[in-house]
Design a protein around this ligand. Sequence first.
Ligand SMILES: Cc1cc2nc3c(=O)[nH]c(=O)nc-3n(C[C@H](O)[C@H](O)[C@H](O)COP(=O)(O)OP(=O)(O)OC[C@H]3O[C@@H](n4cnc5c(N)ncnc54)[C@H](O)[C@@H]3O)c2cc1C
Ligand code: SF4
Length: 543
Amino acid sequence: MSSLFHSLLRNDSALKPKRWLWVAHDQLHSQLNPWAGEPPEETGLIFVESKQRGNVRPYHRQKLAFLLSNLRHRSLEAQQEGHPVRYLISEDDYGKALTDLAQEIGTIHVLRSPELEIRQQLKTSIAEGLLREHEHGGWLTTREEFLQSVGDEPPFRMDVFYRHFRKISGVLMENSSPEGGKYSHDGENRKPWKGTPPAPSDPTFEVDAIDKEVTAMIMEHFPQHPGNIDLRKLPTTAQQAQQALDFARSVIPEFGPYEDAFSEGSRGLFHTRLASLMHLHRVLPEEVLTIALESSAPLNSREGLIRQLVWREYMHHIHEITDGFRTIDVPRSPAACRDARWGDVSGGKKSISTADLEEHPNRLKQEQPLPPAYWGKESGLRCLDATTTAVMEDGWTHHIPRLMILGNLASLLDIHPRELTDWFHVAFIDAYDWVVETNVLGMGTFAVGESMMTKPYVSGTPYIQNMGDHCQKCSFHPKKTCPISKLYWAFLERHGDAFEGNVRMAMPLRTLSRRSEDQKAADAETFEWVSSTLSRGEVLHPD
Ligand SMILES: Cc1cc2nc3c(=O)[nH]c(=O)nc-3n(C[C@H](O)[C@H](O)[C@H](O)COP(=O)(O)OP(=O)(O)OC[C@H]3O[C@@H](n4cnc5c(N)ncnc54)[C@H](O)[C@@H]3O)c2cc1C
Ligand code: SF4
């Protein structure tokens, strides 16, 4: 294999260390090695670049480049630390690549993957003893802690888990009571951002020869995949990961108050942008917790950030306990149409393996295909277009555009939740099955019903107008012509039965009942108009 990367990598295949450990893409921190305290030459590290993995979905090219460049850099760093390294480039999935290697070199140690897809690939070889599984030490909480507080059956409630975490860890606690007298400071964290305090400049990172080589390789091998590659925007080395932590440290003071705001003036505002790096375990959640605790930022910001870290743990546990919601009892339907432009962006490949045959959680029986607008085609709705442009460029937006624009509009348009999940999975640099399925099926849509959320996150125009500035540049007028509030009422009218008895939905349903028949007819017409126009890939105009 002739490449700059391979010329930098020593050939260690003749070495015979005491043991070999597979370092998966989500285990890139040196401290995750269970033998981290022992001489490095005793633990050989195996890295696998799986072409099957890159091809299984039309992943955003920025995501593939970010992941591969970090993997390659970490393997070189590991050699410098004194570990023997074997770096495999395989056509196969991880399971087959590792099993074949284990036949040659003996048992390979692996850490438990948070990804169900990978656990399934490794299952047989673990049972046969070719691979030996160890706990993945990169989490702040254990499964037992989750089970003790939340249990193993829905409804799962985050606030129960969060309070338990605070109590047993002592984080932000004083004499067994929450610092500041309450566990959550959400009420102080809902300010729109009007340009002050100034938003930070986007973090940038130096691009090296390995980054450039990976970029060229991805562009060559994945020409149909969506998205741009710009590795100046993302850290790929251990040293750059520390730079990313420094950026996060600098935004904590304003993180809380503007957590829910979004703006065309700054896509990231005061968000840390650490999720993708934490999922690779390039930085450990513990390190992020430490910077939050050591920060002199106001309590509402520190508490807000720490709660986000606990959300991440919560999602991980739910996914593992429910096998990605496969074990929970909820209405389901097959995703008959999983490929809104999927075929186009993946060069004709339609979708993935056995998931096609499955029935997916779909509490509200929403069956519409994802419109091309999600792949970057103009819709005419400024809030949606600005957000999908950001996703196609960066593979990232912060939480609120994901929830209140992408998820909200998909819910209002009755998009099949599985198809939306697939889109998030390929389009976001921080999406892996355990975190994207829980977030999209459990929070961004009402696909798993009340298993995770007490009510759907849907809203009309006022939320988008109040918390962001898209409406100022939209061809629709937020108070006169914007279709989103009508879509909201039409959604409630179509699905109201599903929320009967839900106290948190009682108020909107009462308001709905006061809408006249003419208004309801106009709501339904707006739904038909927006839905059919967008599904044809056409642009909406105010009359
Ligand atoms: C529809 C939808 C889809 C989402 N898909 C993903 C996804 O694929 N991958 C992903 O990591 N997050 C996902 N999220 C959660 C959240 O939006 C992102 O974690 C966050 O925006 C990442 O940006 P950040 O690193 O700047 O996070 P910050 O806002 O700075 O928050 C700090 C950290 O908290 C963690 N966090 C916060 N909220 C969540 C959450 N709900 N679930 C898990 N971790 C959380 C992240 O690791 C993040 O790095 C999704 C949310 C929604 C509503
Ligand atoms: S006017 Fe409506 S469609 Fe336009 S940006 Fe505002 S909320 Fe979105």
